[in-house]
Each structure stands twice: as structure tokens, then as C-alpha cells.
Design a protein around this ligand. Structure first.
Ligand SMILES: [Zn+2]
Length: 340
């Protein structure tokens, strides 16, 4: 295990994949929500199994319990605070925590209530520890864009109200490849009209064409995952010229079998081809990772150097949705470490 003594940034970190299991069990019991296995220890084991079993359906099952529990302001506030606290203890300087407000409304919360609770949790973490956090509200793809177009537009419109007040941008997450990504264009049109910074999950399960859609049609400057861009050298050149940032989450890609192994992951080649590659966790608890453990894979199996890691954190802070007062000190420390 290497010690990484530079400011660490996580741009792609899902709240409903990064909770503490003890808290999840405590709240499930209090809310009377049934659990599959009786103890936290067995739940950890079940999660490890599901994360690594190679079945997407099993993988998606992991989100059922956290989504069921995170439906009160108390749960959302506390679990966001705790994720912020954990990130601080892991030495993270700045993180963008994302969640889908529409997935937390089944017990009566509005999307605005959910966003406010998450912002409150992030604020409590920032008041308690010297860490900076920004919240990203995810719009969701469940299949056809028609199923939840109304809820997705509400996410964008609600996000606008909280932009600059704890919320930093929006995203499109969920199922990829069931309908063409371009069907979701109205959501990004709305985001652009509202002046919302956005990222978009693309090029993870499907091929590079979804990265092209996100970049060319939606105008995305950041792509969630996007590693399949590597299969289209011309698109790689275009993305490099436009300075598109790729939020790479190595372990998530291996677990979801969208890359075969760490050694065969194209992230290092992407960086060497001039793309703004960044390294992130995706789902800290569910995937069983931290930024440090992802960096260990980067160094030991993926061909990155220690200096690459510093450069990728520079990419992260440059692409972060937060304002310059947060970026400037982190950027200058990273540049100092690079001797620049
Ligand atoms: Zn993600």
C-alpha cells in the first residue's frame, strides 16, 4: 500500500453506493424495512459476493436496500454527513457526491426535500472537517426516456434552485444502452438553458458512440466512465482537442465487466493519448474501494506512475464543478508537487 500525499479529488462518487452498512442496518430496523440477511457482517459478505459475481442483475440488487432506507431527510442528511466524514478520514480534499433525488421520494419527500437534506449533510461535514464537497443531482435512465421524463425535468429544474448553494451540477445515470442515448437530449437542452454544469454516464456498457452523443449532441465536457472511447481513435482525438474529462472508476468497470482486468483497462493509454483522465471510486462501500485502493491498482496493475496520479488530480480539479475559491489552493498545491 502506497501513501498518497497530495490533494485527492473524487469527482464520481454515488451516495447510495457509499454509505456505512452499520447505519443502513440501524435505520432499516427503525423504519421496519426488511433486510435479506440478519447481521451487518453477513450483509458485507453478500455485498462482496454481489459486487464480484459478474451478473449485472445481481449488481443492481445491491442498490435496493439503500434506496429503500434513504427516504427520510434524517437518513439522507446523516448518510451524506458520514460519507463526507469517511472521505475526510481517507484524506480526500474535494469530492462531488451524486445521488438521484427522484429515487428518494417514495415516502413523501419531494425532490427538493431530498436535495436539501443531502446539502445539509454535506454542509455539516464541511463545518466539522476541512473537506470540500459539492452535490450532483442525477437524472435517471430506467429504459425508455418516456418513463420518467417528467421526474428528470423536475430534477434539472429543482437543481437550478440549489445551484451555488451546495449543489454544483447534474448527471444522467442508470441503465445504459436500452434506448439510444440521444433520446435523452431534451434533458441536456434543459440543463444548458438553465446554466447547469453537467456530466453524463456514457461509454461504459455501450460503445464509443454514446460518448460522441454526450459530447457532440449534449455538449458535455465531462463523461462518467467513457472508457470505451478508446475503441474509436478519431473520437479520442476529438475529445482530446475539446479537453473532455473522463471520470474513470477502475474497480467498478471490472466488477460490471465492462473491462476485463485492471491490466487491460485503457485508462493509462487514454491519458498518454492526451485525454483528461481522472480516477474515482463510483461506489465506495458497494464496490469495497477508496481512492487509495484505486490508486494502488493504478500503480501496481494499470501502468500509471505516481506523477500520473498527481496529474490526474490536476485534471480533476480543473474539471470540478465547484468555484475557483475551492479550486485555486488545490490546483496550486498539485502544481507545486509537479514542480510547476
Ligand atoms: Zn456512476
Amino acid at each position: 500500500m502506497t501513501t498518497y500525499s497530495f490533494p485527492k479529488i473524487d469527482l464520481h462518487n454515488h451516495l447510495d453506493g457509499g454509505f456505512r452498512p452499520e447505519t443502513l442496518y440501524e435505520l432499516a430496523e427503525r423504519y421496519g424495512i426488511p433486510v435479506e440477511v440478519p447481521t451487518v457482517e453477513e450483509y458485507r459478505e453478500l455485498t462482496r459476493h454481489r459486487a464480484n459475481c459478474g451478473s449485472v442483475n445481481e449488481y443492481l440488487k445491491m442498490f435496493d436496500l439503500p434506496t429503500a432506507v434513504m427516504r427520510t431527510e434524517e437518513a439522507l442528511e446523516r448518510m451524506t454527513f458520514e460519507l463526507g466524514e469517511d472521505l475526510y478520514h481517507e484524506g480526500v480534499a474535494y469530492a462531488e457526491i451524486r445521488f438521484a433525488p427522484q429515487q428518494h421520494t417514495q415516502a413523501g419527500l419531494t425532490q427538493a426535500d431530498a436535495i436539501e437534506a443531502v446539502i445539509a449533510g454535506a454542509k455539516r461535514a464541511m463545518d466539522t472537517y476541512p473537506i470540500k464537497l459539492g452535490i450532483i443531482a442525477c437524472m435517471m435512465s430506467y429504459g425508455s426516456e418516456q418513463i420518467n421524463m417528467k421526474e428528470n425535468l423536475e430534477t434539472a429544474q429543482t437543481a437550478k434552485r440549489y445551484l451555488g448553494k451546495g449543489l454544483v451540477g447534474v448527471d444522467l445515470a442508470g441503465a445504459e444502452g436500452i434506448v439510444p442515448l440521444e433520446n435523452f437530449a431534451p434533458l441536456f437542452e434543459t440543463a444548458r438553458e438553465l446554466g447547469l454544469p453537467f456530466t453524463c454516464h456514457a461509454g461504459d456498457s455501450p460503445g464509443p458512440e454514446t460518448v460522441e452523443t454526450a459530447v457532440e449532441l449534449f455538449g458535455a465536457h465531462r463523461i462518467g466512465h467513457g472508457h470505451h472511447v478508446y475503441f474509436d481513435p478519431e473520437l479520442v482525438r476529438k475529445c482530446a482537442a475539446k479537453g473532455i474529462t473522463f471520470e474513470i472508476c477502475p474497480t467498478s468497470n471490472i466488477q460490471c465487466q465492462t473491462e476485463p482486468t485492471y491490466a487491460k483497462h485503457p485508462a493509462k493509454n487514454m491519458l498518454d493519448m492526451g485525454l483528461n483522465v481522472t480516477i474515482n471510486t463510483d461506489n465506495q462501500f458497494l464496490a469495497g474501494v477508496t481512492l487509495d485502493s484505486e490508486y494502488d491498482h493504478c500503480i501496481n496493475e494499470m501502468g500509471f506512475t505516481y506523477e500520473d496520479l498527481i496529474r490526474m488530480n490536476l485534471n480533476s480539479i480543473n474539471a470540478a464543478f465547484c468555484d475557483e475559491t475551492i479550486k485555486a489552493p488545490i490546483r496550486s498545491e498539485l502544481l507545486r508537487l509537479l514542480g510547476q
